[in-house]
Design a protein around this ligand. Structure first.
Ligand code: BGC
Length: 270
């Protein structure tokens, strides 16, 4: 059993899209911080199982669940399984997301719908089930000041327009006001809701942008801090935002991007 001194001890977290990249790193970090972790995946059980094994190796509890977050019945079943296994849900990492890039004039309705359904509707469905469960279960002052915590995984592209990725940028712009609206609506219940907006992080979603020296050099022109981020950078922030150490942070988006949002084109005096 993990130590009860760990910041997320005796809390249960659902992490969507936990089989790779940022979701996998968040799941492992939360597990190492003491949470029981329910790892949602679509199509890649091996990645989710690897993360679950790492959590168990560090003394935590973990289970994997196949669920497409864009499907209401599957999301309801995901929460039911988490509650059946661990009694309740305290934390949601609303992370599952994908890209389907194309020039705007060639973008198909199918590609638009896929990205909006997973990245935005999926966050709506999971946040709704999480808040329903927080309310059903009631306060647990022995584990957290908050009734529950939700982190929406956004992107620097909630504010940086992105040619060739209009569906993705629109979904992340939507996540911004979804997060703020549900934070405003449920703050009085002590449901704490925030977003993490990563910049370029080394994950499978953008491997072409960093997995050759030429590509990485090009990408670093967009990053004043001159380092491509790692999934673990996001995992550490997720733990902090789920812990009572950040109890007064509510309805906020934390950019974690090595300065990508600092208009790096002006680095050299414009
Ligand atoms: C995207 C990545 C991209 C990064 C910075 C992320 O939201 O998923 O593909 O590298 O933003 O542009």
């Amino acid at each position: 059993m993990p130590s009860t001194n760990l910041p997320l001890a005796r809390q249960t977290a659902i992490v969507t899209g936990a089989s790779s990249g940022i979701g996998k790193a968040c799941a492992i970090a939360l597990g190492q911080a003491g949470a029981n972790v329910v790892l949602d995946y679509v199509g890649n059980p091996t990645g989710a199982e690897e993360a679950a094994a790492q959590i168990r190796a560090s003394g935590g509890q973990a289970m994997t669940v196949a669920c497409d977050v864009s499907q209401e019945d599957q999301v309801i079943a995901l929460f039911q399984k988490a509650v059946a296994a661990f009694g309740t849900v305290d934390i949601l990492i609303n992370n599952a997301g994908l890209q389907k890039d194309s020039p705007f004039v060639d973008m198909s309705v199918a590609d638009w719908d896929l990205v909006l359904n997973v990245n935005l509707k999926g966050q709506f469905l999971c946040a709704r089930e999480a808040i329903r469960e927080f309310i059903r279960r009631g306060p647990r002052p022995d584990v957290s000041v908050a009734l529950g915590k939700i982190i929406c995984m956004s992107s620097v592209h909630e504010i940086i327009p992105w040619a060739g990725h209009a569906n993705y940028a629109a979904s992340k712009g939507g996540v911004d006001l979804l997060m703020k609206s549900i934070a405003q609506e449920h703050g009085h219940l002590k449901v704490r809701v925030n977003s993490i907006a990563p910049g370029a992080i080394k994950t499978p979603i953008n491997h072409e942008a960093w997995d050759s020296p030429k590509a990485e050099k090009h990408l670093l022109q967009l990053i004043p801090y001159k380092r491509v981020g790692l999934p673990e950078d996001i995992g550490k922030l997720a733990v902090f935002l789920c812990s009572d150490d950040s109890d007064y942070i509510h309805g906020e988006t934390i950019f974690i991007d090595g300065g990508m949002t600092l208009y790096p084109g002006f680095e050299d005096n414009g």
